[in-house]
Design a protein around this ligand. Sequence first.
Ligand SMILES: [Zn+2]
Length: 64
Amino acid sequence: MPIYEYICLNCQNRFETLIMSSDEQPTCPKCASASLERLLSPFARAAGEGAGTSAGCGPSGGFS
Ligand SMILES: [Zn+2]
């Protein structure tokens, strides 16, 4: 389930919400403002990183 974390730009309230469709516009549960900034979820960040950190020691060298 895609859970996104938002911070409200109006009251700085931080909350998580479930977004079913991309054109769904969430609002702040505290002040009902739609001025939100989406934060990267820790799950998406963990999946994005990790690759490309082991460069430089591959066995495919041998330029000579
Ligand atoms: Zn708010």
